[in-house]
Structures are given as C-alpha cells and as structure tokens.
Design a binder for this molecule. Structure first.
Ligand code: UTP
Length: 295
C-alpha cells in the first residue's frame, strides 16, 4: 500500500469515562496489558503506516511520553538482567515517525481531523480513532485492505462499519449503502443516529477511515452541528453528495471493534483481552466462572 500516513485524534474530553479521565487520557487506559493507543499504533504499523500524526490536547502528554524511547528505563532493566520486562518496550523501536499537534479547542472530531491539514497536504491519508481497537490484540490489517481498495477503486473515502443490533442504530452514524451490501459495498450516504425504523442499515461507523485530501475542503465548510462540534460525518456526507465516491467495509466477525469510549464496552473489552492473556487468561476464566456460579 502506498498510503503511509495516519492521523490519530486523541484530543477529546472523554467525559463518558469520568472520573477515570479527569487527568489522564482515555486513550491511555489499559485494556489487558497495554494502553488503548498502543494497540492502535501497532495495528497501523502492521498495515504499513510509517508516519503517524497524533491530534492531542490538554492533559494528553502521557501519550507522547509513552512513545518516546526511555533510555534510563532500558538501561535499568538491562543492567538488572530483566530481559522479559525489557522486551515489553520493543514497541518503542518501531519503524514509525511520530508527529504531534494540539487541537487547541475541542471542537469535535471533524475539527480534530482538520488540524492535520498542513502536515497531510495533498495526499490520501488514514484516520484511526485513538479510543478504538480493531480485532482482539489489534490483530487486524483492515486499514491496509481499506487503503488498497481506496487506490483500486479510485475512491474519495473508505469507511469501516460494524454490524450493530437494530436497537443501537440510534447511537451511531449509519451507512446507507447503494445497492446490495456485501463485505465491501458502495456508500451512498451516512445517516446520523436514525430511529430504528428509519435506519437504512444496521452498519455503524467504526473508527477507521481512508480519505482523499478533498475531505479537508468539506471540513472547512462544515458548520458546527450537535453540541457545537464540527462533525466528521457531516463532511463525509457533503463529499458524497457532491459525487465523491464512497466505499464501505464491513468488519468481519473475526475483527470486531472494541470501543473504549464508554464504560459498558470498556469493561467488556478489558475482560475479553484479559481472558486472551496467555499467562493470566485461564486463571481469570476460572475466577469468573466461580463468581458467576455464586450468582
Ligand atoms: P468521542 O466522540 O468519543 O468524543 O471521540 P470524546 O470527547 O473523546 O468523548 P466523550 O463523548 O466526551 O466521552 C472519538 C475520538 O475522537 C477524538 C477523541 O479523543 C477520540 O479518540 N476527539 C474527539 C478529538 O480528538 N477531538 C475532539 O474535539 C473530539
């Protein structure tokens, strides 16, 4: 794949996870052994991303610290012969160039993406939300497949979608496919939070996108919507309305989205990742079984 730049917005307030997010980013909350954003970076690296631009904000410096090379810690672990712990820092040495810019006011996801314009310039790019993991332990190359399809079909936007229960469509941006839905389908529109009986599908926007730079022109024109925020979905809709070619990617069951943005799915994600831990998963499973058996 020739698209090698990804924008990772991590500047949101994370109010749905208060008080945990009062002074630490939700993107640094652990899911199993790693913070969420480390999974996101590992997934992107696996898909061929080599330049990564974080859109950060106030109280997010721990994200920058996390991807720095910590020579003192490395020396300490090496000198004390703790090779296993040392191996846990291998991610620091990935072949990735990191860039950071601040979203100085939290004006919404669309505004966060617009903050990337100067760096991205006139090239297609990936957007990966910093609070969502794709696939257990981020074992997914969905971004690579989306980028390949973007180039093959000369699209303007490619968006990942996940199947949700009909009762949940009211919480998400929902795909309106053109024609029949298969794993890859043509996207006519995205309807924001429709009522269950009016939803054009049960496919919800799922945290991974590939955009042509044309999206920036739409974002500049996008007026603040719900909650005074500039919505990425509104810019996508307007690009589609102007004849931009949209492609939807349905996430396979083997690559589910783990959304860390609310406690319900954060708890579920943590338990699922902890159960998959080779050392502690079996013990946790036995513990949970005991708890459940005791009501
Ligand atoms: P959310 O839509 O979950 O918003 O962001 P939020 O503000 O983080 O969380 P709540 O609703 O207050 O609980 C989805 C992704 O977009 C980023 C977030 O950091 C998250 O990774 N984002 C959101 C920004 O970078 N800037 C924003 O202004 C809003």
């Amino acid at each position: 794949m020739s698209i090698d730049i990804a924008v990772v917005p991590v500047a949101g307030h994370g109010t749905r996870l208060l008080p945990a997010t009062k002074s630490q980013p939700k993107e640094m909350l652990p899911v199993g052994r790693k913070p969420v954003v480390q999974y996101v970076v590992e997934e992107l690296a696996h898909s061929g991303i080599r330049r990564l631009l974080f859109i950060t904000g106030a109280s997010k410096t721990s994200i920058e610290n996390h991807f720095d090379i910590d020579d003192r810690l490395i020396t300490y672990l090496r000198e004390s012969g703790r090779e296993e712990e040392l191996a846990q820092l291998d991610f620091e040495r990935r072949d990735i160039e990191y860039f950071y810019t601040r979203q100085r006011r939290q004006l919404g996801l669309g505004h966060a993406v617009l903050c990337a314009r100067s760096l991205v310039g006139q090239q297609p790019f990936v957007v990966a939300l910093g609070d969502s993991i794709i696939g257990i332990n981020a074992k997914s190359d969905i971004v690579q497949r989306m980028a390949d399809e973007f180039e093959r079909s000369k699209a303007d936007l490619v968006v990942a979608f996940e199947e949700v229960p009909p009762s949940d469509v009211v919480r998400y941006g929902i795909a309106k496919p053109r024609g029949a839905v298969s794993d890859i389908f043509e996207l006519e529109d995205v309807v924001e939070k429709p009522a269950a009986n009016e939803a054009p599908s049960t496919l919800a926007v799922a945290a991974r996108y590939v955009f042509s730079p044309a999206i920036f022109d739409e974002l500049v024109e996008t007026k603040p919507g719900k909650g005074g925020e500039i919505q990425l979905t509104d810019a996508m809709r307007s690009l589609l309305k102007k004849g931009g070619k949209g492609i939807g990617f349905r996430l396979p069951a083997t690559e589910p989205r783990f959304d860390i943005g609310n406690y319900e799915s954060y708890y579920q994600s943590f338990v699922e990742f902890a159960l998959a831990d080779p050392d502690y998963g079996p013990g946790l499973k036995a513990h949970l079984q005991k708890l459940l058996a005791n009501g």
